[in-house]
Design a protein around this ligand. Structure first.
Ligand SMILES: Cc1cc2nc3c(=O)[nH]c(=O)nc-3n(C[C@H](O)[C@H](O)[C@H](O)COP(=O)(O)OP(=O)(O)OC[C@H]3O[C@@H](n4cnc5c(N)ncnc54)[C@H](O)[C@@H]3O)c2cc1C
Length: 318
């Protein structure tokens, strides 16, 4: 991959924008094409750094560590980037060992029952990047434009329509299912409720395993993102009022200061889920180089910088 090559990145979610920033800052001419700017699913994320339920483990460990380094640096300017290093507790109603990825985070320690809400049996405190997605995605767009990249709104019927380009990078999220096509992709629908912050500075999340009912409280300055849901196979983009009420009630039960808070927004997205994240070199039927970067499930923010670096390596090798 030589400097000055013309690349098209399909997708303006966290995967596409991060990849475009990495390539543009490496000296490539980069154009992003997308019909959602920024991607709706990326906007809906909470978002906390944490490589949950994604494979392949060895690569995921490497990609997520790479992103953690970047997020820790971006947290120096939280008002600009939307990234804040936040201390808080992940807890379980059962006696659970901590997730391996949490144990190396700053401030990691088990917490005693006195620090846990009623009904919880185990928990761990650590400090982790929380990412306020609307601010963060706007920051990425600004950084891309500053590096000379461009963003065009448009809907593609195929990846071949992305050209003219010397290479195409496919960051189309869930819709890679029809664009590639890739029948291995499926949505896991998620919903969050955004409320005015009653003064919370710490996160709380419950390890709910594979349950569709999640519980997370992510403060981002003036707002708090409350979660959530994980409904396998569901495509409905409409906000579910019953689910929103249940999210609020679960969150109030562990954080009474959330009772009666003003609701600001509802966010719905579709985790682009696949047995393994796909970051892989390919070719379009015309022979033009194609690199895929999709299928990040519930960890696309967490993996974004590591996967973008891998795309750059694959382009350099092809
Ligand atoms: C409720 C919820 C909570 C989450 N929480 C977290 C979290 O805490 N931490 C974390 O790491 N991850 C989290 N995730 C997962 C994360 O949001 C996703 O993995 C990530 O956003 C996927 O990003 P993406 O850029 O691949 O896809 P998307 O954001 O879906 O972007 C896809 C882009 O491709 C474009 N596109 C697709 N097809 C076409 C086409 N044919 N023509 C033109 N453009 C096209 C779209 O317009 C869009 O811009 C969460 C997800 C949800 C739903």
């Amino acid at each position: 991959m030589a400097e000055g090559e013309h690349l098209v990145v399909v997708g303006a979610g966290v995967s596409g924008l991060t990849t475009a920033v990495v390539l543009a800052e490496a000296g490539m001419a980069v154009r992003v094409v997308a019909d959602e700017v920024p991607g709706v699913t990326s906007l809906a994320a909470g978002a906390m750094w944490g490589p949950y339920l994604v494979e392949p483990k060895e690569k995921v460990d490497h990609w997520s560590r790479c992103s953690l380094d970047v997020f820790q640096r971006l947290a120096v300017e939280p008002d600009v980037t939307g990234v804040r290093l936040t201390s808080g507790i992940e807890a379980s109603r059962h006696s659970e060992d901590p997730p391996e990825w949490a144990t190396t985070l700053p401030g990691f320690r088990p917490v005693g029952c006195g620090e846990l809400p009623a009904g919880f049996a185990s928990g761990y405190r650590f400090t982790v990047p929380l990412i306020n997605m609307p601010t963060y995605l706007a920051y990425l767009q600004g950084r891309l434009l500053a590096a000379g990249g461009t963003i065009t709104r448009g809907s593609l019927r195929s990846l071949a329509e992305a050209g003219p380009a010397s290479a195409v990078v496919n960051c189309s999220g869930l819709r890679a299912g029809s664009l590639v096509p890739d029948p291995a992709l499926r949505p896991i629908r998620g919903q969050h409720v955004v409320v005015a912050n009653p003064g919370l500075t710490e996160f709380f999340s419950e390890d709910t395993g594979l349950s569709p009912d999640l519980l997370c409280i992510y403060p981002h300055g003036d707002i708090v993102v409350l979660g959530g849901t994980a409904i396998d196979g569901h495509h409905d983009p409409a906000e579910d009022e019953v689910a929103a009420a249940a999210i609020l009630s679960r969150c109030v039960a562990v954080e009474p200061r959330l009772a009666g808070v003003r609701i600001l927004a509802h966010r719905v997205g579709f985790r682009p889920t696949r047995a393994r994240v796909r970051v892989e070199a390919d070719r379009l039927p015309s022979g033009i180089r194609l690199v895929h970067n999709y299928g990040h499930g519930g960890a696309g923010v967490t993996l974004s910088w590591g996967c973008a670096a891998e795309v750059r390596r694959l382009l350099a090798d092809s």
